[in-house]
Design a protein around this ligand. Structure first.
Ligand code: ADP
Ligand code: 5RP
Length: 234
């Protein structure tokens, strides 16, 4: 908590104003998504892809871009995960949001694309492997836009699945369910591709915007952390 100083020193807020600070966008998205159980995770599919798994075990491994934030509770829970360079920023290079919706409806998520892409906006990856020289792979490009999109969505789902697999290998609590936040959460085709590849139920969050988590944190403070549900009627 930050208490404001005199107006000439700070923000000029009244003494009665309590400011809560310190979250990141993907932690805010995690809080908004309303998980309560160890083994539940949130994938934020925004411009980049970030994953956070509610775990009893803390895991850190810079080689794979894996780190943990302390969530709280008794016993203490951790948000284990990482932030990848893949994500919607790659989709935006090729498709408008309107085209994404139309083309996604033409994809059969039960079938493989037959392509082997590694979607990145440029060279370099942070998670699930940390390698500044890793190159994107988005070729060959088929003539059909829907198939091209299928390959990209599948490639990103592979990266996400590998990420969750890596958390398990490094000793985090076993994954049971994935909730989705961010702009990619509104894509049911992608959700099904991801579910097939990750191997646990994948759902869309009721609140997909990180700002909802920030608002909940401002309202409830530390009582929101450590197993409390974020889906209170606010
Ligand atoms: N139907 C869709 N399917 C998949 N991705 C989508 C869809 N609509 C929008 N997006 C992607 O969502 C991203 C924006 O999500 P958002 O959570 O607002 O991102 P951020 O706040 O990180 O910039 C864009 O990169 C866009 O390509
Ligand atoms: O890369 C990101 C956004 O582009 C991550 O969301 C950001 O790094 C959040 O960090 P943390 O994982 O510590 O919550």
């Amino acid at each position: 908590m930050l208490w404001p100083r005199a107006p000439e020193q700070g923000l000029g807020l009244p003494q009665t104003c309590c400011v809560r600070a310190g979250t990141t966008d993907s932690i805010a998205a995690f809080l908004a998504a309303g998980t309560t159980q160890v083994g539940e995770a949130v994938t934020s599919l925004g411009s980049t892809m970030a994953i956070k798994l509610r775990s009893l075990i803390r895991v850190e491994d810079a080689q794979f871009g894996v780190y943990s934030h302390r969530l709280g509770g008794d016993p203490v829970q951790w948000l284990v995960g990482g932030a990848s360079n893949t994500g919607g920023v790659v989709l935006r290079k090729f498709f408008t949001d309107k085209a994404l919706k139309q083309l996604s409806s033409e994809i059969d998520p039960e079938e493989g694309s037959g392509l082997d892409y590694y979607p990145l906006p440029s060279r370099g990856q942070r998670f699930p492997v940390c390698d500044e020289n890793l190159e994107p792979k988005l070729e060959p490009r088929p003539p059909e836009d829907a198939r091209f999109l299928h390959g990209i969505l599948e490639g990103m789902a592979h990266i996400e699945a590998t990420g969750y697999q890596k958390l398990g290998e490094l000793g985090a609590s076993p994954l049971r369910r994935v909730v989705t936040a961010g702009g990619g959460a509104k894509n049911p085709t992608w959700r099904r591709i991801r579910e097939r590849l990750i191997g646990v139920p994948v759902e869309s969050a009721t609140w997909t915007e990180a700002c909802c988590g920030t608002a909940l944190l401002a309202l409830q403070g530390p009582s929101l952390l450590g197993g409390a549900s974020a889906t209170a009627n606010h």
